[in-house]
Design a protein around this ligand. Structure first.
Ligand code: PEP
Ligand code: MG
Length: 429
């Protein structure tokens, strides 16, 4: 047993300049910090990120929830075994029993539980990924990266409707080769956009390129051409994060095409991207229907044999929602975002359930992220298979790629590559 001797919480800023919480957890004479990330396209089922709604930072500060938590909960956490992730989770939920942590928000528990894990690693003089691997009894692997090239939606001022067009270097045999390939695709896509008169002096929230185009499909064409221009056709595939919850208006979807607003039924919305599978090398679609659009989820399940169907908002890294999704045979992959779950233990529970059902797992950063790189250790140690942290650009993104490259350099684990997609029977490429 390694009792928690001290916890400090204070306000810091994330990659979008938004206030968030940093936690320092001390176990004996070892301590570690962790900062909570935050999303822009948040779902209704995920742990909340509560802001103070007071004058400070124009309503965006988190210092009041920190003060409340410090007074009401923190003293009760001292003395708990910091190595016991489940016990820490249970104790945190004692003081905020709602699934979404509606009293104090999920940002504080996630920062504390991650910091406890990292302090635990220091105590054991072990790399953080090793602690996760030992805990889950898994063999560490370097994940297949899914890298943002073109951004839209809530990450790029609605430049296009869908949120992410990503590159997946399925032909690469090392993480070094994989990173170079996606970098080349980003450069060539940017140059094609530039040559077509789209200003490329700015980057989106996750460091991707963007442009106000006529339609989602036009952006898809640019990325597809970018792959060809880089000479990587057949070696780099495309993944989409449609983030459909953002386009859902209660009973229909609203999208933009050539300056017009179009209303689509669930069926029309899913069929619209379903057609793209025959034209572009798409191997993965995330949130292809809105979080609670059961008809849409049912319809897209027909693509499970050809591509990864990922649930992000749909499952919100919540184990019981995932269990229903598995029972419904509606998808084959879950996005794992620790702060959606609210604690490390809950996130690992969902990841373990998914792997136990031969579902894919993609460990993911948020659009508002931080300079920390523990997410990579989580993906490597859990043998998640895939990781998504945005573009190659911007330090909060490169911090994570650089950790992956560090682990590769020290030959910590082997690169999983395309084998991470073995849960998809007839990959669409
Ligand atoms: C996502 O939707 O996968 C994502 C990373 O965005 P956000 O963090 O804004 O929810
Ligand atoms: Mg998403």
């Amino acid at each position: 047993m390694s009792a928690i001797s001290k916890i400090d919480l204070w306000q810091v800023l994330d990659s979008r300049g938004m206030p968030t919480v940093s936690a320092r957890v001390s176990l004996g004479n070892k301590s570690a910090n962790a900062i909570a990330p935050s999303g822009a396209s948040t779902g209704a089922h995920e742990a909340l990120f509560l802001r103070d709604n007071k004058e400070s930072y124009d309503g965006k500060s988190v210092s009041e929830t920190i003060a409340l938590f410090t007074k009401e909960v923190l003293p009760h956490l001292i003395g708990i075994d910091g190595n016991d992730f489940a016990e820490l989770d249970k104790n945190l939920r004692n003081y905020d029993s709602s699934r979404t942590f509606s009293k104090f928000g999920g940002h504080i528990p996630v920062a504390i539980t991650i910091a406890a894990w990292l302090a635990n690693a220091k105590e054991k003089n072990a790399e953080p990924f090793k602690v996760i691997a030992d805990r889950l009894n898994s063999t560490p692997t370097l994940p297949l990266p899914m890298v943002n090239i073109f951004s839209g939606g809530a990450h790029a001022g609605g430049a296009i409707d869908l949120q992410d067009i990503l590159a997946v270097p399925i032909g690469a045999t090392s993480i070094e080769e994989a990173m170079e390939w996606v970098w080349l695709v980003r450069e060539s896509t940017k140059s094609l956009l530039s040559k077509s008169g789209h200003d490329q002096s700015l980057v989106a929230d996750e460091g991707g390129v963007t442009a106000r185009l006529q339609s989602d499909e036009q952006a898809l064409q640019f990325v597809s051409d970018g792959i060809a221009k880089a000479g990587l056709s057949g070696k780099v595939a495309i993944a989409l994060d449609i983030a459909a919850t953002q386009s859902f208006q209660g009973d229909h979807y609203q999208i933009h095409e050539s300056g017009n607003i179009k209303k689509l039924s669930s069926e029309q919305f899913v069929s619209r991207w379903g057609k793209w599978l025959d034209i572009y090398p798409i191997i993965s679609v995330e949130d292809g229907a809105a979080e609670d659009d059961n008809d849409g989820w049912k319809q897209q399940s027909e693509y499970c044999d050809r591509i990864q169907i990922i649930g992000d908002d749909r499952y919100a890294t919540q184990n019981d929602r995932l269990v229903s999704g598995i029972a419904n045979l509606e998808a084959n992959t879950i996005l794992i975002k620790p702060n959606q779950a609210g604690t490390l233990h809950s996130a690992l529970t969902a990841l373990t359930t998914a792997k136990g059902s031969n579902w894919g797992t993609v460990v993911s950063a948020r659009s508002g992220d931080t300079e920390e790189s523990w997410l990579v250790d989580l993906a490597v140690g859990s043998n998640a298979g895939q990781i998504k942290v945005g573009s190659t650009h911007r330090s909060e993104r490169s911090a994570k790629w650089n950790r992956l490259l560090e682990l590769s350099h020290f030959a910590t684990a082997s690169y999983i590559g395309k084998a991470a997609l073995s849960h998809v029977k007839n990959l669409n490429i």
